[in-house]
Design a protein around this ligand. Structure first.
Ligand SMILES: Cc1cc2nc3c(=O)[nH]c(=O)nc-3n(C[C@H](O)[C@H](O)[C@H](O)COP(=O)(O)O)c2cc1C
Length: 223
């Protein structure tokens, strides 16, 4: 079982959020997972040009580190997304990765995978940022196991409990993967979305060839 974590704070090794992520990975390892931490601030990931070639070809033709990162994510069973709160949002680095991943939505590339979201903020306004990351997990077909947020302004005791919660959540992520845990509400939302998107896909099947073939292969649409 492999769990991959994405860290997106430009503060890198001095990042508060990274400390929570490391605790989550430690917990995941205690529960038997193999883990890998990826610092996307060190990768070259260009912004999405909106050409939507990925819908047609199933890949992005930009020459940078995106496709190698995508491959690692596809090989993993679980993903930890993390970002500090930047202007009540995720960092630009994580957003660029999300924008490049529109095909993750079309082809539901996190289908069968599990995810966890982690943030820190100054104020304790964590929910919106966590919501953005959990939305990515759900919108791409994955199951969100939980989230951890910590307001740094609330002092060292709050951070300590954030570390504890992260370790537990990392364990929980690994357990959910191991037991193939069901999340009926999230699965129902996936079914509703697929039903709706199938109509869009039929209309665009000549342009979005790879998307269409992928859905036929998965049995989500009849050729
Ligand atoms: C550019 C920038 C924008 C920020 N915006 C917010 C914000 O809108 N709300 C908030 O509560 N904290 C905000 N903060 C504080 C960070 O979220 C907080 O310090 C966080 O712990 C930093 O995480 P990091 O150490 O992992 O980078 C901001 C910090 C920076 C540098």
């Amino acid at each position: 079982m492999k769990i991959i974590a994405i860290q997106s704070s430009p503060k890198r090794k001095n990042s508060n959020t990274l400390k929570l992520v490391e605790a989550a990975l430690e917990g995941a390892r205690e529960a038997g997972a193999e883990t890998e931490l990826i610092d996307i601030t060190r990768l070259k990931i260009n912004f999405c040009k909106g050409c939507v070639t990925c819908y047609r070809d199933g890949t992005c033709h930009q020459k940078d580190d995106y496709n190698a990162l995508k491959k690692k994510i596809l090989e993993a069973d679980g993903i930890i997304l993390s970002s500090p709160n930047y202007i009540d949002n995720i960092t630009a680095q994580l957003k660029v990765f999300f924008d490049r991943s529109a095909n993750f939505i079309h082809e539901q590339l996190l289908d069968g995978k599990y995810g966890l979201s982690i943030t820190t903020s100054g104020s304790g306004n964590n929910d919106f940022v966590l919501g953005i990351m959990n939305h990515f997990i759900n919108a791409t077909g994955g199951l969100a196991v939980g989230s951890v947020g910590c307001g740094m302004g609330q002092g060292p005791a709050a951070f300590e409990s954030g570390i504890k919660k992260s370790r537990e959540s990392g364990k929980e992520l690994a357990r959910a993967i191991k037991e193939k845990r069901a999340y009926p509400d999230q699965a129902a939302a996936h079914r509703d979305w697929k039903e709706h998107f199938a109509m869009t896909l039929r209309r665009n099947k000549d342009n979005w060839k790879h998307n269409y073939e992928c859905w036929v292969e998965k049995g989500w649409i009849k050729a």
